[in-house]
Design a protein around this ligand. Structure first.
Ligand SMILES: [Mg+2]
Length: 416
């Protein structure tokens, strides 16, 4: 039975008998806390929503809001490189082996591989480092497993990709870490073999946390509850930004209202964050969108905005990101031993950089950037597009199959 064995008609696990996790049940290091519990000025203090409206903007928002401090149009353009054009005759977004798709220009990707070599070409090096280690796989969704499309509601993954990711989930602990809401990304992936983290890692369902009574560094994680899913499996639900739900909801409704006259604008509520998509908005109107979002956020210093690919992401100012979500999952999966575990993270967006950074800084596993154009990244390797992601995952499955067969044969020999 998989870690997320859910009733197929049900979008998310039904939580029963939610119990606040007490200190003795946690094996989570204090560095994983999204904020200091002693810090009463934290935007997560009980009056988070109200505080964030009246408190000092500077202290709450700091300097991390790259939207406010850059020229709107420049920043929006820089974050939204045009998609590669595909030669006439080939079919867009069919997840065929990437070698079957001809691009009009591969030069950009080749330049990228100078700093971030192809994870397919360097597969031997990667598995050389993973040898004798337990592999864990972390995957972003949009642009990594699914193609980037004009309508985010239509970013579907192909059946072959779903089959591949399902096999990966049966071989290795595997989690999807997405900016979408957890329910939404589960609806798109529909695989019970995986763990899911939505809202950029701010909404995680993982395995029950292990007991660790002897670890003096353990801390009580607020907003972390042990529960059972629909099938009665023990799970942990961790939502470090729970206190922000009311203001996120309020900002969502305001943003819908102030963008409704802009053709093509789309505002999405991802539970703990909000996305304002301008992919389908005429470029002349990009500045207007940026300015209006900026004006709304002036009233919410507890929230910040960042640029994604033709999308502005609004989320709570807390010290929590996809990288911390990876660490949280590694710890709760009991995969925190650097010498024994090889985490692989594959993602295409700015928010994935936090995960790449965590892996690089702690010198474990590898980060793989999905991009067909030049980018600065903390990843170690690259893949050009979701087709290549699937190809890489299949290589990983074949390697694991061979490894297990070898191990099995060895055991038979020993018995004989
Ligand atoms: Mg993405």
């Amino acid at each position: 039975m998989g870690p997320m064995e859910l009733n197929s008609s049900h979008v998310s696990p039904v939580l029963t008998e939610s119990v606040a996790v007490n200190k003795s049940r946690l094996g989570i290091h204090s560095s994983l806390l999204p904020y200091s519990q002693q810090d009463s000025s934290s935007p997560l203090s009980p009056a988070a929503g109200k505080l964030s409206r009246t408190g000092s903007r500077k202290s709450a928002a700091g300097n991390i809001d790259d939207v406010r401090f850059n020229g709107w149009l420049d920043a929006m353009k820089a974050s939204s490189p045009p998609r590669k054009k595909i030669l006439k005759g080939s079919v867009i977004n069919t997840l065929l082996p990437s070698s079957n798709i001809e691009y009009d220009n591969n030069e950009d990707y080749h330049s990228l591989t100078v700093d971030y070599p192809s994870a397919i070409e360097c597969f031997g090096n990667i598995i050389g480092r993973a040898k004798n280690k337990r592999v864990a796989v972390f995957l972003d969704y949009d642009g990594t497993l699914s193609p980037i499309v004009d309508d985010p509601d239509c970013a579907f993954m192909s059946d072959p990709m779903r089959e591949t990711v399902g096999s990966v989930g049966r071989c290795f602990p595997t989690a999807i870490i997405s900016g979408r809401s957890r329910d939404n990304v589960y609806d798109l992936v529909k695989l019970t073999e995986l763990y899911y983290a939505g809202s950029h890692g701010m909404d995680i369902i993982g395995p029950p946390l292990r007991h660790n009574n002897n670890d003096v560094s353990t801390n009580n994680l607020p907003n972390c509850v042990n529960s059972t899913d629909h099938q009665g499996n023990q799970i942990t639900l961790f939502q470090p930004a729970t206190q922000f739900l009311p203001i996120i909801d309020e900002v969502f409704r305001t943003l819908v209202e102030i963008t409704k006259d802009i053709r093509g604008a789309k505002v999405e509520n991802h539970k703990f964050c909000v996305s304002v998509h301008y992919r389908n908005v005429e470029e002349n109107n990009w500045t207007i969108i940026g300015q209006r979002v900026h004006d709304v956020l002036k009233n919410y210093p507890g929230l910040r905005s960042t640029h994604g690919r033709k999308v502005l992401e609004i989320r709570p100012v807390i010290d929590w990101n996809k990288g911390k979500a990876v660490l949280f999952l590694l710890e709760s999966l009991d995969l925190n031993d650097k010498d024994d575990v090889f985490p692989i993270y594959i993602g295409d967006d700015k928010t994935d950089e936090d995960a790449f950074k965590i892996l690089r800084e702690s010198n474990r596993g590898c980060g793989i950037l999905v991009s067909s154009v030049m980018k600065e990244s903390s990843a170690s390797y690259s893949l050009r597009d979701p087709n290549q992601v699937m190809e890489f995952l299949q290589l990983l499955l074949n390697w694991n199959h061979k490894r297990e067969t070898k191990h099995f044969n060895k055991q038979i020999k020993v018995k004989v």
